[in-house]
Design a protein around this ligand. Structure first.
Ligand code: FES
Length: 144
């Protein structure tokens, strides 16, 4: 692991005051930043918060949201702003987070408000994305 992720991890922990009771928020932020929670990242977080490695492993393995391996496929950004929310954006985001094996991020407006729910997959913007369409798009993007 190079120094950049370590610095980022320590910075996230510091943003939360290195408080053990903010562990879940820290794990979420580190996962968003790095894409998954590596063993090295967990050790650094445990050291920064002064908690045991067993404790942190227990929390990570308890929650399905936390990934221990890098994900495959493109980064997906789903608009969670009002116009998209009004036409199914919330259901789409929930579906994506439960089923997609890729990095899913919430964003607030992709400038495609008239065609919500809007999704950015890699650099490609899509409108009127249903859960079924998202699945189909991700299959296409995952194809070699
Ligand atoms: S509100 Fe979703 S793209 Fe603007």
């Amino acid at each position: 692991m190079n120094h950049e992720p370590k610095d980022k991890i320590l910075s996230i922990c510091a943003d939360y005051g290195n408080q053990p009771d903010t562990l879940i928020e820290i794990l979420h932020d580190v996962q968003v930043e790095l894409g998954f929670l590596s063993t090295e990242a967990l050790i650094q977080i445990a050291d920064a918060l002064n908690i045991s490695r067993a404790d942190i492993h227990g929390v990570v393995s308890f929650y399905d949201d936390f990934r221990r391996e890098p994900t495959q496929g493109p980064t997906v950004k789903i608009c969670r702003a009002e116009a998209c929310q009004a036409v199914g954006g919330e259901d789409l985001a929930k579906h994506a987070k439960e089923t997609a094996h890729t990095n899913i991020h919430d964003v607030y407006c992709l400038g495609n408000c008239a065609l919500g729910p809007a999704v950015l997959i890699g650099d490609d913007l899509y409108g009127r994305v249903t859960p079924e369409r998202l699945d189909a798009l991700l299959k296409t993007k995952a194809a070699p």
